[in-house]
Design a protein around this ligand. Structure first.
Ligand code: FES
Ligand SMILES: [Fe+2]
Length: 459
């Protein structure tokens, strides 16, 4: 790591990596540095413009193939006022449709998840029309009572584009948008060695938060807030020396080096109990690492995690990872509204979706994927909170049910610290005293994705 901080360079975690190397610092991209006007975060006009020009044209993460195992499995995905049904229509095909009956607009499915049994159809509960899994009409009840011109040209459910990357299912309402892969830019290549299908859903939380979706995501694409909002991470990460990389298509990354005492630790040489606890959790013996200082302890964590992977049947995955990929938190922003915190043993996927009618609310969702373990004594760790599973030898055989927290603390220790602050920030944005957000270069990802939104809005 280097100390020669400049705005262009920022902090670099792996200075030996260069060029196409996925660990390399991305070439500098200039970002606007102006004050971000607070109206962006509460104006109804802004929200309407985004709904019309942004959300109808981008790839939106809708769910996981984990929930579409067999033909007829479906989930519902709501985006602002729109609602979609995503269904496995054949063994090798997943399709997405507006979840709206073409007769008189009833929602077709009401549940978040479900299964349409083999041979059955998507059934509208209002007047009983039925649709095949490929969206075609199976039955218009009492069809002979409809004048022919009424049904003429009615093709069934309106389909939207649906593409899958790394078990994540995305939809796009724009027929002319670039492919999902093109929109993900470097992320596809950077995460080619990470296989989300090997992980199981450990937890999922979903709920309405009193803050604009941008107010919220912006608290998750910088680590500048970590010392003060999440002080528990100080002994195990570097909060200042985080690497921020900006890519095309509004995407970006931060690498949070993890498993050592960083700049904010009282004495970085000391191996703290938190660091020892991390190593011990993954089955490492801290006595083997007494030659390492707190600042060097990532070596102990990398060694421990590689042994953990072999014991638990994931040695093949870890063989493809650098030590940095084994220890660190690789945080990617998929434009516009999804982040991935990619650890070697788990991934946290979060999304922030606009509320159907109130620009000062959004729908927050956090889904934890965790590699199952073979070691019957091994607990697993939730990447959302670093909380440890009650169960040993976790296999993840049953998909954790989606939870709908009502109180901030039900989001888990780390997320609750963010969730608690967001409604206050949203109110602060409305104060007469407040003229806009002033961002450091540790917050450059915010300027970067806002500039991409502006391109969609043609501002
Ligand atoms: S609204 Fe669906 S059958 Fe009438
Ligand atoms: Fe946070």
């Amino acid at each position: 790591m280097t100390d020669d901080y400049t705005f262009e360079r920022g902090y670099v975690i792996y200075p030996e990596a260069d060029g196409e190397d996925r660990s390399a610092k991305a070439p500098f991209k200039p970002v606007p540095t102006g004050i971000v006007p607070p109206e962006r975060y509460y104006s109804a006009n802004e929200a309407a413009l985004e709904m019309e020009k942004l959300w109808t044209r981008v790839w939106c993460w809708a769910g996981m193939t984990h929930d579409l195992r067999s033909v007829g499995d479906y989930f519902r995905f709501d985006l602002g006022r729109e609602t979609f049904i995503v269904v496995r229509s054949t063994e090798d095909r997943i399709q997405a449709f507006y979840n709206v009956c073409p007769h008189r607009a009833n929602y077709l499915v009401y549940d978040d998840f479900g299964k349409i049994d083999r041979g059955a159809s998507i059934y509208c509960k209002f007047h009983g029309w039925r649709f095949n899994l490929d969206g075609s009409v199976r039955e218009v009840k009492d069809e002979h009572t409809f004048p022919p011109e009424v049904l003429c040209g009615m093709k069934g459910l309106k389909e939207v584009r649906c593409e899958v990357w790394n078990s994540m299912v995305f939809i796009n309402q724009d027929e002319n948008a670039p492919s999902l892969e093109a929109s993900l830019d470097v992320i596809v290549g950077h995460l080619a060695n990470r296989d989300f299908s090997r992980m199981k859903i450990y937890d999922e939380v979903y709920g309405v938060i009193d803050a604009n979706w941008k107010t919220a995501i912006e608290a998750f694409i910088e680590f500048y807030h970590a010392d003060d909002t999440h002080p528990q991470v100080i002994p195990i990460t570097s909060t200042l020396r985080t690497q921020y990389d900006l890519y095309d298509q509004g995407t970006s990354r931060m690498i949070i080096p993890t498993g050592y005492s960083g700049d904010r630790a009282k004495d970085p040489a000391v191996v703290t109990d938190a660091l020892k606890g991390f190593v011990a959790f993954f089955g490492g013996n801290n006595d083997e690492y007494t030659h390492l200082s707190g600042a060097e302890y990532r070596e102990a964590l990398a060694d421990t995690l590689r042994k953990w992977a072999v014991r638990n049947g994931h040695g093949d995955l870890f063989d493809q990872l650098t030590d940095g990929e084994v220890t660190d938190d690789w945080n990617y922003h998929i434009f516009p509204n999804v982040t991935l915190n990619v650890f070697s043993h788990s991934v946290l996927i979060q999304s922030w979706v606009p509320h159907p009618s109130d620009p000062e609310k959004h729908i927050y969702r956090a889904l934890s994927l965790v590699l199952p373990v073979l070691d019957p004594q091994q607990h697993v760790m939730d990447p959302a909170s670093f909380a440890v599973s009650a169960e040993k030898g976790w296999k993840g055989e049953n998909r954790a049910p989606r939870r709908y927290p009502e109180k901030p603390e039900e989001w888990g220790t780390v997320l609750s610290q963010d969730v608690e602050r967001l409604p206050l920030i949203q109110k602060g944005l409305r104060s007469r005293s407040y003229d806009g957000n002033r961002l450091s270069m540790s917050e450059c990802r915010i300027h970067h994705y806002l500039a991409e939104i502006d391109r969609y809005l043609m501002k």
